[in-house]
Write a protein that binds this ligand. Structure first.
Ligand code: SF4
Length: 92
């Protein structure tokens, strides 16, 4: 790739039409998973709206898996981004 490309630390190809993360709002609220997601995600993908809805800035996801580890069953659907979408970690 180009020099600019190689200089980029992390490169995102965002799949604009397809969030790879879906929160089941009812379960997330009922189980407290929503607030947990807001706290644990290192990329601050999740935030809580004033009405308690959890919004998802999925493009910032680092694919670390932490949210999956803490989410109550049924509260979160998470898939790897389609094809070559999502983050690619570059080494130098
Ligand atoms: Fe956040 Fe990691 Fe879950 Fe992505 S996989 S939403 S970065 S906790």
């Amino acid at each position: 790739g180009s020099v600019a490309c190689r200089l980029a630390k992390n490169h995102y190809d965002v799949d604009e039409d397809n969030s790879h993360i879906h929160v089941n709002q009812d379960i997330a609220r009922g189980t407290g998973t929503g607030k947990l997601l807001v706290r644990v995600c290192p990329a601050h993908v999740y935030s809580e709206e004033s009405d308690g809805t959890i919004s998802v800035e999925y493009a910032a996801c680092l694919e670390c898996g932490t949210c999956l580890a803490v989410a109550a069953p049924g509260s979160l659907e998470w898939h790897y981004p389609a094809g070559a979408m999502g983050i690619s970690f570059r080494e130098g």
